[in-house]
Design a protein around this ligand. Structure first.
Ligand code: FES
Length: 145
């Protein structure tokens, strides 16, 4: 069996929603990195009436990080911020038809980037939130791989 699914290869080779959105009051920007591998992911969410109306990303990292960022943007486009907050790295991996075990940590970066962007949007707009929701999700036993 191939190491990577067709969907992973597709999103890696033809990533959706690459780019950036100009910083503005209604744009949340989240940048996260993995200290172990050095990869960096930046996520931009444009929000109108509590809905993600545009979403772009820039990822400097491995193929799995690019594929998971791309899929994450597709999964949260058109969703409410609450729904975007519920996006888990597992959901992203499932949508990609799986990742090798030692690459699961790359999908954690995508979840963190979305949450960081939502937090930035809340901060910019003085919207109260429960900080617990934004506690570091990076808790991956495979990161050392
Ligand atoms: Fe660093 Fe994939 S995110 S190896």
């Amino acid at each position: 069996m191939a190491l990577y699914s067709d969907k992973v290869m597709d999103h890696f080779q033809n990533p959706r929603n690459v780019g950036k959105i100009e910083d503005a009051q209604n744009v949340g920007i989240g940048e996260v990195g993995n200290a172990k591998c050095g990869d960096i992911m930046k996520m931009y969410l444009k929000v109108e009436d509590g809905i993600v109306t545009d979403c772009k990303f820039n990822t400097f990292g491995c193929g799995s990080a690019i594929a998971t960022s791309s899929m994450a943007t597709e999964l949260i486009m058109g969703k409410s911020l609450d729904e975007a907050m519920e996006l888990s790295n597992k959901a992203v991996v499932e949508a990609l038809d799986g990742l090798p075990t030692h690459k699961i940590h790359c999908s954690v970066l995508a979840e963190e980037a979305v949450k960081a962007a939502v937090k930035d949007y809340y901060d910019k707009n003085g919207i109260a939130y429960d900080p617990e929701k934004f506690a570091q999700v990076h808790d991956c036993e495979h990161c050392a791989d």
